[in-house]
Design a protein around this ligand. Sequence first.
Ligand SMILES: NCc1[nH]cc(CCC(=O)O)c1CC(=O)O
Length: 318
Amino acid sequence: MSRPNDAPLRLGTRGSQLARWQADWVADRLRQLGQAVDIIEIRTRGDAQQTGPISAIVDGDAPATGGQGVFTKELQRSLLDGDIDLAVHSLKDLPTTPVAGLAVAAIPERAPLADVLVSAVATTIDGLPPRARVGTGSFRRRAQLLSRRPDLVIGDLRGNLDTRLRKLDDGEHDAILLAEAGLTRLGWTDRLAGRIPPSELLPAPGQGALGIECRTDDAVTIAALRPLDDFATHAAVTAERAALARLEGGCLAALGAWGRWEATTLRLSVVVLSDDGAKRLDAETAGPCADVPAAVALGEAVADDLLARGAASLLRAR
Ligand SMILES: NCc1[nH]cc(CCC(=O)O)c1CC(=O)O
């Protein structure tokens, strides 16, 4: 597919407020570099179906993967069909399974990656009252919350950010957990009751980072995206996602991962839990990662350590 060098890049995004914010952010960065950009909104099934738990959204193409990719598949289809030239994803919603013909060409600098507590009754997990009702739709958050506080009563929670905040305000939950990145991008920082240290609750692989995907044969778009890539972020999230891929966790796993730089060393912590949080396996390793393949190796090494200690039985218990 050949396109003129000066044609506007067609940037595809979901229609949610957060997705629009992220698309605008990427478009602005490209425009600052002199690149014309058109934003094209694409409705996905993850957005259309907002009742019931995320895990219940049946994936017609690949039933075995459950709800994976509900937010990203239509954008990938539009890329392959040539309807758009780049897609902006929340990296944590993007399955690790490679799609033939597509590649994540740029991963810009990461936003704050922690989860935060939104609540009128507590600012920390340990400060929640006994048997407090905490809302989250994430297996990762639920299992780690229960691992630390088995008394908590976890209720399902999904929908866009404003929906989730409304359910908290309506009294369905005493507290909810959200990604700091999403909350602050939408300007809701005043709702942040407390930041949960990643050491206390590991974030999702890729949380807080954007993945910009395009066709592997589209040299024009790949070149335009290159200046948006941040190597430190790219390596950190690559290590997190390599661990996830090796553990076959998908986006619904009770699995957390945290890659961070300590001077010139990349440190990666990964946790795998049973759904009820009663069993957990933690692993950590660090190494100098001079390039992306080294980050992949780091992630796979942590995953292999976990697998050798029985992680597969926790992930398959669902
Ligand atoms: N699964 C939904 C989702 N996907 C990305 C974000 C926030 C932005 C990010 O973490 O990159 C959120 C909301 C949340 O988990 O609170």
